[in-house]
Design a protein around this ligand. Structure first.
Ligand code: DAH
Length: 346
């Protein structure tokens, strides 16, 4: 009998040890210790044993029962721990795994150049001012010394907003130039002033490699007591030399713009050949850069500034054209075309 019990214990312990999961273990438990289990059967049979054997075998059976119960509990704990570990392993994040790659964009060449322009002017004490792209006719034209009948309006084929005109402010237009921000800034801050105004402007152009309906300009305005064109020459030579990182000279030619008097065109020495003459400057050594002049007294007055007390100069250049010159882009349409094969080159 004792041997039978010992064999049963060995057999059960082996099965417990080899159990792969809780289910299997449970089945073994039922098989040995359940109500109709093998060990239970033996314990039931104790009463049929002869009197002298009963106490020893009885005791022994109980020891075995206890052993098995303990073994089951222990194995159960082990299997549960294993399961938790496995779940954790499946849930865990491998922090050394390479991440998904995102394509990060970069600033457009127009923006890059704009920031550089802003930085350089900032260094010379200029603030960056801003104005709306949908502008009133009064600021875009009238206050800039271009009344409705002025022939210079023809030079800027204008997009009008389809809305009734305001008696004082006129019609709404997509601003054709950044110059209206001169008026806005004068009205807001008065004199003295030192600002640049980078921004988008719009004209109803026939599109080709040199003309777009939307392009960018930078306006400049410096107003104070005793300001002359000499300051403009100095500021622009400094600005262009900083931007192109080489010495650039500037020269004035007479030019006409209704909002300045005298008006002028500013040329810069060619940044490709340093003035020797090449394809870019058409052998002249000079590249046309911008319009400028001394702010017309009527414009100062429109901005609420007394022309007898203050004077100043203004300028306007094409940021888009500057970017094209700078990077050798020969078709303006590339800049706003949104073609990544183009923009990714910068
Ligand atoms: N607004 C002019 C244009 O778009 C450019 C310009 C010329 C601006 C002379 C000025 C200036 O401030 O003084 O053609």
């Amino acid at each position: 009998m004792q041997e039978k019990l010992e064999n049963l214990q060995t057999e059960a312990l082996k099965k417990i040890q080899n159990s792969k999961d809780l289910n299997e273990l449970k089945n073994h438990e039922i098989f040995y210790l359940g109500k109709k289990g093998k060990l239970t059967e033996i314990l039931h049979g104790l009463k049929d044993l002869p009197n002298d054997q009963r106490p020893t075998i009885g005791k022994f059976s109980n020891v075995i029962k206890k052993n098995l119960e303990e073994a089951f509990v222990q194995k159960e704990k082990m299997l549960e721990n294993e399961m938790i570990l496995k779940e954790l392993e499946e849930d865990s994040i491998d922090i050394s795994a390479p991440g998904a790659k995102y394509n990060i964009g970069h600033a457009h060449p127009l923006a890059t150049t704009q920031y550089e322009v802003e930085n350089i002017f900032h260094g010379m004490g200029f603030e960056v001012a801003d104005g709306p792209e949908v502008e009133v006719e009064k600021f875009n034209f009238d206050d800039l010394n271009m009344p409705a009948t002025h022939p210079a309006r023809d030079m800027q084929d204008t997009f009008f907003i389809d809305k009734k005109a305001d008696l004082k402010l006129g019609r709404l237009v997509l601003r054709t130039q950044t110059s209206p921000v001169q008026i806005r800034t004068m009205l807001k801050y008065g004199a003295p002033l030192r600002i640049i105004v980078p921004g988008r402007v719009f004209r109803n152009e026939a599109l080709d490699a040199c003309h777009e309906h939307t392009f960018d300009q930078v306006e400049g305005l410096m107003i104070d007591k005793n300001i002359s064109l000499a300051h403009l020459k100095g500021v622009m030579a400094e600005f262009l030399s900083k931007l192109f990182q080489r010495e650039i000279k500037v020269r004035f030619r007479p030019g006409y713009f209704p909002f300045v008097e005298p008006g002028l065109e500013l040329d810069m020495s060619c940044m490709i050949c340093d003035g020797a003459g090449c394809k870019t400057c058409k052998k002249s050594g000079w590249v046309e850069f911008m319009g400028a002049g001394m702010v017309h007294p009527n414009v100062l007055r429109a901005g609420g500034i007394n022309p007898d007390e203050y004077q100043g100069w203004a300028f306007g250049f094409g940021l888009t054209r500057l970017v094209m010159m700078r990077y050798g882009i020969d078709d303006i349409r590339m800049l706003s075309g949104g073609d990544l094969r183009f923009t990714e080159q910068f």
